[in-house]
Write a protein that binds this ligand. Structure first.
Ligand code: ATP
Length: 236
């Protein structure tokens, strides 16, 4: 079954059109990648879904039209966005960041057990549980951003450049944890990632964007190693 569907989605920043016609489908429990050079429109696509930018075209989630909804409404439907640059709350402790992630939930026991799950998934955070977000390393902040999103118990996770600015070994750890999360929970994912190897380690299929349009869509097995993919990453 289809969980999320975008059909010919458009978006502008002021007079500048950055999404021309983006289409993609995320099946239930699926993980789909959005690849492409800098400026291709990957981040904007995620922002169009989560209601952070106004979009045209069709965006449906669980069969319901969500285009034009406010970010809080979209979050309330079960879509959690881990933005580029992480967006963790620096002045709050790790524990409070996790609690903030769960603010829409009423099941206190579920929240407590999900905090335990997050600390098991990212053991580094356990050691830093009372540290402020601002005191964490870049890798720890990325882990916290993902953990905070998990705390909302979403059906769909929008993940933007989780490897950005991290040492290769740290980025690998983060992706291993996200793979485990996927196995454990079946949470669906839409993943923007500049590092194709990391992306293909997680997603089942992907679409390549160029200037706000899909230029190529296929399974990870099909796309891995294709010349177009390499060109997309070289910005060509
Ligand atoms: P990157 O990897 O650099 O984030 P991207 O594929 O995610 O690339 P977007 O961030 O979606 O691309 O940006 C698409 C285009 O929109 C780019 O040309 C970018 O310069 C422009 N853009 C992004 N944010 C804004 C903004 N707030 N105001 C104006 N233009 C913007």
């Amino acid at each position: 079954m289809t969980l999320l569907e975008l059909e010919d989605v458009t978006a502008w920043y002021g007079p500048v059109q950055v999404l021309d016609a983006v289409s993609l489908t995320v099946p239930d429990n699926g993980a789909v990648g959005i690849l492409g050079a800098n400026g291709a429109g990957k981040t904007t696509t995620l922002r169009a879904i989560s209601g952070a930018v106004r979009a045209g075209g069709r965006i449906t989630f669980e069969g319901r039209d969500i285009r034009g909804m406010r970010p809080e409404q979209v979050a309330g439907l079960g879509i959690a966005h881990v933005p580029e640059g992480r967006g963790t709350l620096g002045q709050l402790t790790v524990r409070d960041n996790l609690r903030v992630g769960a603010y829409l939930r009423k099941d206190r026991r579920g929240v407590a057990s999900d905090i335990d799950y997050c600390l098991d998934l990212f053991p580094q955070l356990k050691d830093r549980i009372s540290s402020s977000g601002a005191a964490l390393s870049g890798g720890e902040q990325q882990m916290l951003a993902v953990a905070r999103a998990i705390m909302a118990k979403p059906t769909l996770l929008l993940l933007d450049e989780a490897s950005l600015g991290l040492a290769p070994s740290t980025a690998k750890n983060v992706y291993e944890a996200i793979r485990r999360l996927r196995q454990d929970s079946g949470i669906a994912m839409l993943v923007v990632e500049q590092n194709a190897n990391l992306a293909f380690s997680l997603v089942d299929s992907a679409t390549v964007l160029e200037a706000g349009r899909n230029v190529l869509t296929g399974s990870s097995a099909e796309l891995r190693g294709m010349d177009e993919i390499r060109r997309a990453y070289l910005g060509g």
